[in-house]
Design a protein around this ligand. Sequence first.
Ligand code: TYD
Length: 206
Amino acid sequence: MVARGLFVVFEGGEGAGKSTQVSLAAERARALDLEVVTCREPGGTPFGEAIRAALLHGEGTSARAELLAFSAARAALVDEVIAPALGRGALVLCDRFTASTVAYQQYGRGLEAALVEHAIELATGGLRPDLQVLLDLPPARGLERAGAASDRFEAERLGFHERVRAGFLAQAADDPGHWLVLDAEAPPEALASAVWSAIEPRLPRS
Ligand code: TYD
């Protein structure tokens, strides 16, 4: 896959403020006349949005089936949106990607690492983010900020969310060159500046 653009992913637990940071980064990039494509997981394609509804608001299923459903939605998003945009040289800003699968399905649900890795490889064809921004905060604070549980994941116990957080932090610690870890409780504008300082030097030069 020839990727000429820049692929930046925002990760974190519930109530971390990812979507605000995606919008603020998109605003800065558009002010520079860059082509910006924003997306969120699960979803971002008609097929993926249908899977999203089942995953977040359906009855629930086995952890293995859940892993494959997230992966199917991701394959559609990569094929239909992300890879074409990167091929055009765009800046792609995505709210969640593969690190969420490791954090939620592996650390949270307890699926084997090898199985999760295999599903990720299948869904992405090896496409990896250039930069992953982790908006980190204690789950109790995040859940409080998110308000009343609005989907199956938010309704999980605190212990689940603690494992998810540990999963994100472990991934960032393993690959510091591709991660920016920020305190999600900092003011949104300060976070946006820190994010932009990490994106700017990575932008493709024409
Ligand atoms: P969403 O409403 O987008 O949550 P948030 O606003 O917190 O991003 O719901 C997505 C949920 O799906 C979220 O709880 C995390 C979960 N998820 C996984 O469990 N695995 C995954 O691979 C992805 C992408 C998301």
